[in-house]
Write a protein that binds this ligand. Structure first.
Ligand SMILES: Cc1cc2nc3c(=O)[nH]c(=O)nc-3n(C[C@H](O)[C@H](O)[C@H](O)COP(=O)(O)OP(=O)(O)OC[C@H]3O[C@@H](n4cnc5c(N)ncnc54)[C@H](O)[C@@H]3O)c2cc1C
Length: 428
């Protein structure tokens, strides 16, 4: 039995595995996490709208009934293409076919100060850390007598006017408006600022201009300061510096301005595209290694002269294609090059509104939002997850109630010296 190793159980890897399971091949599935993550709702975890557990699904649960399939939770460190081996901390794993779907990581655009001080929003722990940090900033501000320090705590800067930045900024404005305001009545509304920075001259560049303008007006209407043509060049613990020489005082810098291929993919030999992506053949194989498929965010694929976006539908179709291609090769057939079928894209812009281009039709508003809701409920894996998310959404949208405003990680307590000093003051 030939062995197919699949690295990464995100959107692309999972689809490849689904297409290959039970088809006479041995499957070895590898991921550093033991769950599949539904990234589209990460911003809702970060804004206390849904629980982290409801946007993930255990890989072992998905795969446990698949024949000849093993899952290994491990970090793939490197690939020996000549020997057809994957190297992991637990040893080497051989393969006949390799599907490489390790996705991408945050790209801080070679700015070490931003890497050090910004909050990324790429995985589950990022979203939970960001939620904790924002809630904590309000708690600290409520006890901060100094107005300028309070201003830094209550200024939230989001960098990147793509779907993630727009969705996060909108959801943060709602969290502040409907919940944190009530939780902290002593803080004045004027003190809270949410700023969205975009280096280009419009938001949501992948959407038609009309929808970019719609999103801009929506966010402004929600009280968000949107600064276009504003490029970040540096950051410190309490400040972000822009290219034009200005600076904004903030303790919260959220970075959604770019991604690059996961370093494992970027370490492969051969030509690379923007952000370390791998230039693949039209059939998604690695040049010179027809047994290796590179799919999802890690691959650079062009179609009709345009680069395919690093989005879930592209990753899903690429994963499905490479499963079909491998099965066809085993039958001695060739299914031809990969063809992406673009069914559209969507982004939420605050409560009850979204922008969408679906099958070539572009529109924004409540109907787009309803379609977004329905689509994301269908795409979430697991009945329980759908139910929990639906209950949270209903409570959030109908009752303006987000009960998930909990801080799950707190800074370490003061040293024993500090504690005894406090105690002695209390006792005196
Ligand atoms: C906040 C956010 C919101 C998004 N919203 C949307 C959206 O609304 N719509 C949309 O279409 N797209 C969205 N995207 C983009 C979408 O998530 C990606 O395009 C998609 O996940 C790419 O799929 P993939 O399979 O290539 O990678 P991923 O889904 O990222 O999966 C990669 C997997 O590989 C594993 N892995 C990586 N390296 C290793 C290693 N060395 N060893 C072992 N395992 C490894 C990871 O743990 C992960 O499970 C969003 C992305 C983010 C970050």
């Amino acid at each position: 039995m030939k062995r197919v190793a699949i690295v990464g159980m995100g959107f692309a890897g999972l689809q490849a595995a689904r297409g290959l399971a039970g088809r006479g091949l041995e499957l070895v599935l590898l991921d550093r996490n033991n769950y599949h993550l539904f990234t589209a709702l990460l911003y809702q975890v970060a804004t206390a709208s849904v629980e982290p557990e409801s946007i993930v699904y255990p890989i072992r649960e998905i795969t446990r009934r698949w024949p000849d399939t093993r899952f290994r939770m491990t970090n793939v460190l490197s690939i020996d293409l000549d020997r057809r081996d994957l190297h992991t901390p637990q040893g080497a794993i051989g393969y006949d076919y390799l599907v490489l779907a390790p996705g991408s990581v945050t790209n801080f655009l070679s700015m070490p100060s931003v890497t050090e001080h910004a909050f990324p929003l790429k995985d589950l722990s990022d979203a939970s850390s960001l939620r904790n940090h924002v809630l904590r900033a309000f708690e600290d501000a409520a006890q901060e007598p100094d107005a300028s320090r309070r201003e830094g705590l209550l200024t939230f800067v989001v960098v990147g006017g793509g779907p993630t930045g727009v969705e996060y900024a909108g959801a943060l404005a709602e969290l502040v408006r409907w919940e944190l305001r009530k939780d902290h009545p002593r803080l004045s509304d004027e003190e809270v600022r949410i700023i969205l920075l975009e280096a280009l001259d419009r938001l949501l560049v992948a959407f038609p201009e009309r929808l970019s303008e719609y999103a801009l007006q929506r966010l402004k209407g929600m009280g968000i300061d949107v600064l276009l043509n504003s490029r970040v060049v540096r950051a410190s613990k309490d400040r972000v510096h822009l290219e034009d020489g200005s600076a904004i005082g903030t303790r919260t810098l959220v970075w959604t301005a770019g991604i690059r291929a996961e370093p494992l993919a970027a370490s492969l030999p051969g030509a690379s595209g923007p952000g370390g992506t791998i230039l693949v053949e039209p059939d998604l194989t690695l040049p010179g290694h027809s047994e290796v498929y590179v799919v999802g965010d890690a691959a650079y694929v062009e179609q009709d002269g345009r680069r395919l976006p690093q989005m879930a539908p592209v990753a899903i179709q690429e994963g499905q294609y490479c499963a079909r291609a491998i099965l066809a090769r085993e039958r001695g057939e060739d299914i031809g090059p990969f063809q992406y079928r673009d069914r559209g894209m969507m982004a939420v812009v605050g409560r009850g509104k979204a922008v969408a281009t679906i099958l070539g039709i572009s529109f924004g508003g409540f109907v787009a939002w309803l379609i977004w809701i329905a689509l994301h409920l269908v795409l979430l894996i697991g009945f329980r997850n759908r139910l929990v998310v639906l209950i949270n959404w209903a409570s959030d949208y109908l009752l303006f109630d987000r009960k998930l405003r909990i801080i799950t990680s707190v800074p370490p307590p003061p040293t024993s010296g500090g504690l005894s000093a406090d105690r002695s003051r209390q006792g005196s």
